[in-house]
Ligand binder design. Structure first.
Ligand code: NDP
Length: 338
């Protein structure tokens, strides 16, 4: 079964007809290929942006197009590559979303065996997959945090944000999150180890940022856009860095409350470095990231949580979970028993 775009959605929450689940025959494997039964597939906020022409997301899908995911982890069920044996667990990155995936590991970037003893299987598409890589590339190629600097992270309870905060904290930065609701904020501090977390759904967001970042913001890891971005940019220190990772508030066709926009004059006045990136442009750095992230996971400095949805035909609801903030940690979709 392969997932394709169904009807292009209206603004707001996705309905079930946004996706179609199409049966396709499985072809016989060619030499060098393996067949993977998908167990977990990552659900990424960008999945909504890809269905909204007004979001200006890097990839726009159309009805009938195959739907992508940043990662799957699954079980080898057939193999014509002697290095892979049925029953082993493997991870594949940036692949189409389908129940059975056929790949040639030697010719496909990002396919590798995973060790189930490293934690729940889905961490290999979360903190150890493209999610973690996105956080790592943004933090260490643009943010460049130094010990004692303040890094503010929006969507801090989510997949990318929670990793960004933890890896900056691991090198000694002071890390402040922004998340929706008191309960999420408290978990961002208690589970992910942030120094503080601001509830953007409460009144007085600007004052809360001042209180949580008393000496200003050196690095802003930007995931959401809108009013949060504007207030953060007004509090940037001289020579600060803004990591433009995503704008999730604007992915559902509603504009995301970006009225007013950021004051870009601050970029000049405060000599800010504001830079966007797409993690898949940096795949050469993936092995270095994996070594670093695995060592943090094994030493307990990089904790992962996942919100798991089930039901193959419930993808629309899993994507809505991200735009509605129902996820804590990474949203993953379980497609087979692990
Ligand atoms: P998350 O797990 O962070 O889920 C999205 C979170 O965004 C929700 O949990 C919700 O948390 C928050 N959110 C939703 N709507 C709003 C809103 N209107 N205002 C404020 N917060 C909101 O998703 P991902 O980790 O998949 O993605 C995080 C960001 O990273 C996205 O912007 C995505 O596009 C970007 N990204 C960029 C990549 C790149 O290469 N540049 C690659 C991968 C992801 P809450 O309850 O706190 O509101």
């Amino acid at each position: 079964i392969v997932v394709r775009v169904g009807r292009m959605p209206l603004p707001g929450a996705l309905t079930a007809d946004a996706y179609e689940y199409c049966a396709e025959p499985l072809e016989a494997l060619k030499p060098g290929e393996i067949r993977i039964e998908t167990i977990y597939a990552s659900i990424d906020a960008g999945a909504r942006g890809m269905l909204d022409p007004s979001a200006n997301y890097p990839m726009l899908l159309r009805p009938g197009n195959r739907v992508y995911t940043s990662g799957v982890v699954g079980r080898v069920i057939e193999s014509l590559d002697p290095a892979f044996v049925p029953g082993e667990f493997v991870r594949a990155l940036s692949v189409t979303r389908q129940k059975y995936l056929t790949v040639a590991p030697k010719r496909t970037l990002g396919v590798r065996k995973v060790d189930p003893s490293d934690g729940p299987l889905h961490i290999h598409i979360g903190s150890l997959g493209m999610t973690g890589f996105t956080a790592w590339i943004g933090t260490f190629t643009i943010g460049l945090p130094k010990p004692g600097e303040t890094m503010l992270v929006s969507a801090a309870a989510g997949a990318v944000g929670s990793v960004a905060g933890q890896i900056a904290k691991a090198i000694g930065a002071r890390v402040v999150g922004i998340a929706g609701g008191a309960e999420k904020c408290s978990a961002v501090v208690s589970r992910f180890g942030f120094d503080a977390c601001i509830d953007y759904k409460s009144d007085g967001l600007g004052e809360a940022m001042d209180a949580a970042c008393p000496v200003g913001i050196d690095i802003y890891f930007e995931n959401v856009g809108g009013a949060i971005q504007k207030l953060a940019m007004e509090r940037m220190n001289m020579f600060g860095r803004i990591i433009m990772c995503g704008q999730v508030s604007q992915y559902d066709g509603n504009g995301g409350g970006s009225e007013g926009g950021p004051n870009l004059m601050n970029v000049i006045n405060r000599r800010l470095n504001l830079r966007g990136f797409i993690s898949s442009d940096h795949m050469d750095a993936f092995p270095a990231f994996e070594r670093s992230a695995l060592s943090l996971v094994r030493s307990g400095k990089l904790i992962s949580y996942a919100t798991v949805t089930k039901g193959f035909d419930q993808l629309h609801d899993a994507v809505n979970s991200l735009t509605q903030g129902r996820n804590f940690g990474q949203q993953v979709h379980q497609m087979a028993d692990d």
